[in-house]
Design a protein around this ligand. Sequence first.
Ligand SMILES: CC(C)(COP(=O)(O)OP(=O)(O)OC[C@H]1O[C@@H](n2cnc3c(N)ncnc32)[C@H](O)[C@@H]1OP(=O)(O)O)[C@@H](O)C(=O)NCCC(=O)NCCS
Length: 225
Amino acid sequence: MEHSELRYNNNGTIYDPEDFTTWNWGDYDYPLACREIRDGDAQYLYPVMKRSAKMLKGYVEWAKYSPSWDFKTVSQFVKDHVEDELPRFHLVFMIGKQIVGFGSLAPVNENLKDVQVALWVGLGHQGKGIGQWIVQTLEFYAFNVFGFDRVYYQHDSSNRASGKLPQKLGYKWSHTFDVEKHAVNETGFWYSWVKVRPRETAAGLLDLGHMENWADVTMPWKCMI
Ligand SMILES: CC(C)(COP(=O)(O)OP(=O)(O)OC[C@H]1O[C@@H](n2cnc3c(N)ncnc32)[C@H](O)[C@@H]1OP(=O)(O)O)[C@@H](O)C(=O)NCCC(=O)NCCS
């Protein structure tokens, strides 16, 4: 870019129309970024989990216990998630130094090449496209990095906000099922949507048995925490 053409974000950083990593997310002062959860994340997760619990408890199991949680409990939550093994995999999503959402891959059935996505977006950050980006990022990991064949999106039938996502993101209807109720608004009657791995996708971990083709790859966005 010529100097005279420089455009700036409202926090003073340079906005490059050809480089999405410089685009601030919506009205925020920073881009949306993500990384794998790691030890020490309790300091960032504790505030957003405590603040959002009342709003999330309708459809997220941990949120109903969260009123009694202290920092130590959140640290244990982080430790458990860090120690999870595939198909369990967890990403924290941030804007600047604030965590705004959380996304996971988790087992869905007996088929080792099937996986499901799960997510929540923090209080004050919903309805801004963050949920859609979380699902798309999880799909990227599922299909490309790990090599799963099918990604499922499952939600309680009464969870209308969640139900919009798979339909917007090109999932196909799969089936319904009954499950024990965990979160307070759940009916126990669930809808399941599925997306199949695109044909041209390069081999991933499950195809090759190793991650060598991803060893030197870093995600283009920058995480501030
Ligand atoms: C479901 C959830 C993850 C969606 O995340 P989000 O960041 O708000 O979603 P997006 O902004 O990407 O919006 C996706 C679509 O859903 C719609 N939507 C988002 N929140 C909504 C709400 N509370 N009610 C109705 N529609 C809603 C958006 O309007 C958007 O559609 P549009 O582009 O036509 O406007 C979020 O609402 C959430 O965390 N809910 C509580 C936890 C939960 O239910 N998790 C899923 C368990 S299966």
